[in-house]
Design a binder for this molecule. Structure first.
Ligand SMILES: Nc1ncnc2c1ncn2[C@@H]1O[C@H](COP(=O)(O)OP(=O)(O)OP(=O)(O)O)[C@@H](O)[C@H]1O
Ligand SMILES: O=P(O)(O)OC[C@H]1O[C@H](OP(=O)(O)OP(=O)(O)O)[C@H](O)[C@@H]1O
Length: 212
């Protein structure tokens, strides 16, 4: 029996990831609120499934380096990571935009951009011919605009509530994002017997052609 290891993001996408994988036939029942970071589940076919609970931003490295055979991660984080993983499925949930955000009406030259996505922010600045310095921050990114730390930020917009609450403006959408199922390229060959059916089951669930 081929064992599988999956890297799942522990944050806002965890429950939807686990639910979708269950609907695709995997036996996963991670106890919430515990401190265990690694969980093993015996599958109906006798194989063992290991689930690693990771920061969303750490999923690409775990999958690319082969510690996990596959995983779930936001497309935004996947683009930022620049890792060479196979990306067979858009899972649909976790939809958001990665946007350039400024104070409403701001017209000054953009000399500094703050972001949790420094590579994507730098690529955007380069594309636009902006000689802007990029400052990497870790959270509440919009504050950088409000305080003058940066002239603009590159960050997630989902409902737009954060923008409205802080009188900010979405100037340009750099990319759209949603959760992706990603697979290690070597595992795709060596564990083909487990991974191909899993991808096919996930696809059937997403297309609504699998029993719920
Ligand atoms: N409103 C939102 N804010 C942030 N991320 C969102 C939002 N809506 C959807 N997402 C997606 O969820 C992912 C964030 O998931 P999660 O909450 O696990 O990460 P985080 O705690 O923000 O950061 P880290 O990547 O460091 O774990 C984003 O990468 C994005 O793909
Ligand atoms: O358009 P909205 O629905 O308001 O969502 C967008 C906000 O949500 C995220 O922040 P999060 O709460 O994840 O905190 P963080 O800034 O610490 O990542 C993101 O960074 C935005 O600030």
């Amino acid at each position: 029996m081929t064992s599988l290891t999956l890297a799942l993001p522990k944050g806002r996408m965890f429950e939807e990831s686990a639910t979708l994988l269950r609907r695709a036939g995997l036996a996963i029942d991670v106890p919430r609120g515990g401190r265990a970071l690694r969980h093993a589940f015996e599958q109906p076919d006798g194989s063992v499934l290991t689930v690693l609970e990771l920061r969303n931003s750490d999923v690409p490295a775990y999958v690319d380096l082969g510690v996990a055979d596959a995983g779930v991660v936001g497309k935004d984080v996947l683009m930022e990571a620049g890792r060479d993983v196979y990306e067979p499925l858009d899972l649909g949930f976790g939809a958001c935009r990665l946007s350039l955000i400024r104070e409403r009406g701001a017209a000054s030259e953009i000399l500094r951009i703050a972001s949790k996505y420094p590579r994507l922010a730098a690529a955007f600045a380069h594309e636009r011919g902006l000689a802007a310095e990029v400052v990497k921050l870790s959270g509440n990114i919009e504050l950088a605009c409000l305080t003058g730390l940066a002239d603009a930020v590159v960050d997630i917009v989902q409902t737009g509530s954060t923008l409205r609450a802080n009188d900010l403006e979405e100037v340009e959408v750099l990319a759209t994002s949603s959760a992706r199922f990603v697979v290690n390229r070597t595992a795709l060959k060596l564990k083909r017997d487990r991974l191909r059916p899993l991808v096919m089951s996930l696809r059937a669930v997403l297309e609504g052609s699998a029993p719920t």
